[in-house]
Design a protein around this ligand. Structure first.
Ligand code: NAD
Ligand code: IPM
Ligand code: MN
Length: 366
């Protein structure tokens, strides 16, 4: 286990819509975890996205960027919303998020998917299809069509998709390393029958596969992969893809798990500093009503503890407290429940404390 930081600095970027609501939930859980597990966390809050555009005309103010670069980890809520979505708007909230991902160099976006039994009834898939679903998407996050040059004139528009070998190789290597810690299966997703970047991607994946003979590798075209996720999701383990394909497939995977509100993510580069955010957006349709599902944000906080702070035990404790809170039926409306964001958060914190009481009792008995 890594040595935990004495006092880790977490930069909070609540952002827009339900972002502040789910970020507050994740922070409350982190504060409880820190108290129970006896470590210090220091939080600082900064503007990003639409609120930053409103405040200072840019989606990633320099003060926010600097605070993130000086932090041990960044926890982000969501950015965007109808107020800033005019296709002709000169600045967009989403640019702030993309600029932050690029500045932090977090090229590997981990999006784990498990299906909680309580959420399964909201999945469009039959229960037997959901048995043993345990996926880890590794989405390339700082390249491809998201970052290629863009043009627009009266007659048309273009987005360039380009990848270097080095960019493809590093994210695939991350996928292979993660597969070795799991079931040793890696699915590389591409569109090699059409796209040149995908042919380079497949060639690179094939070359690297020889270095990881203990990992079973398969290649899937993205259109077929979208179908296979629905027909046999339990067959996959680590799924690695370029940026845009990963964005689309993970919203599909969230629906399979029962709700977009459930999925967390960890965006990692070569060092310990990471960016953590639920995969959902600002959900303008439910913002400000106290009913957003905080599970994705809380699970993102657990990933932060594990990947940036090296607090494996605390991360596991938070994940199991969340699982238990859902078990006992403290569900938000997206999962058919009548509980609010705060009720689920309080239930998670309650389970954190009762787990720690059990742990203490076990130690006292020993
Ligand atoms: P969205 O993810 O915000 O919402 C899609 C649907 O899922 C909505 O019906 C919403 O109510 C529901 N939903 C999402 N999160 C939920 C939660 N935690 N609990 C309960 N229900 C939840 O996607 P959208 O509506 O297409 O996008 C809205 C805005 O968010 C856009 O501006 C988009 O660019 C932005 N966005 C931001 C991020 C991010 O910040 N990482 C991710 C995706 C979309
Ligand atoms: C996500 C979001 C972002 C993306 C948007 C908001 C830029 O959809 O994190 O999945 O496309 O990466
Ligand atoms: Mn997305």
């Amino acid at each position: 286990m890594n040595t935990p930081h004495a006092s880790a600095h977490i930069a909070l970027l609540p952002g827009d819509g339900i972002g502040p609501e789910v970020t507050a939930a994740a922070v409350a859980c982190l504060e409880a975890v820190a108290e129970i597990h006896g470590f210090q966390l220091r939080f600082s809050e900064h503007a990003v996205g639409g609120v930053a555009i409103d405040a200072c005309g840019t989606a990633l103010p320099e003060t926010t960027r600097a605070a993130c670069m000086a932090s041990d980890a960044v926890l982000l809520g969501a950015v965007g919303g109808p107020k800033w979505s005019d296709p002709r708007a000169p600045v967009r909230p989403e640019q702030g998020l993309l600029a932050l991902r690029a500045a932090m160099g977090v090229y590997a976006n981990l999006r784990p998917v498990q299906v909680h039994p309580r959420a399964a009834q909201f999945s469009p898939l039959r229960p037997e299809k959901l048995r043993n679903v345990d996926l880890l998407f590794v989405r390339e996050l700082t390249g491809g069509i998201y970052f290629g040059s863009k043009t627009r004139d009266a007659a048309g528009a273009s987005d360039l998709c380009s990848y270097s070998v080095a960019e493809i190789e590093r994210v695939l290597r991350r996928g292979f390393a993660l597969a070795r810690q799991r079931r040793r299966k890696l699915t590389s997703v591409d569109k090699a029958n059409v796209m040149e970047t995908s042919r380079l991607w497949r060639e690179t994946a094939q070359r690297l596969a020889a270095e990881y003979p203990d990992v079973q590798v398969e290649h899937q075209l993205v259109d077929s992969m979208a179908m296979l996720l629905l027909t046999r999701p339990a067959d996959f383990d680590v799924i690695v893809s370029e940026n845009l394909f990963g964005d689309i497939l993970t919203d599909e995977a969230a629906a399979i798990a029962g709700s977009l509100g459930l999925l967390p993510s960890a965006s990692l580069g070569d060092g310990p500093r990471g960016l953590y955010e639920p995969i959902h957006g600002s959900a303008p349709d439910i913002a400000g009503r106290g009913i957003a599902n905080p599970a994705g944000a809380i699970a993102s906080a657990a990933l932060l503890l594990r990947h940036s702070l090296g607090m494996q035990v605390a991360a596991g404790a938070l994940e199991s407290a969340l699982w238990l809170a859902l078990d006992e039926g403290v569900l938000t409306p997206d999962l058919g429940g009548h509980h609010g964001t705060v009720a689920l958060t309080d239930a998670v914190i309650g389970h954190l404390w009762s787990q720690s009481a059990v742990d203490t009792a076990v130690v006292a008995r020993a």
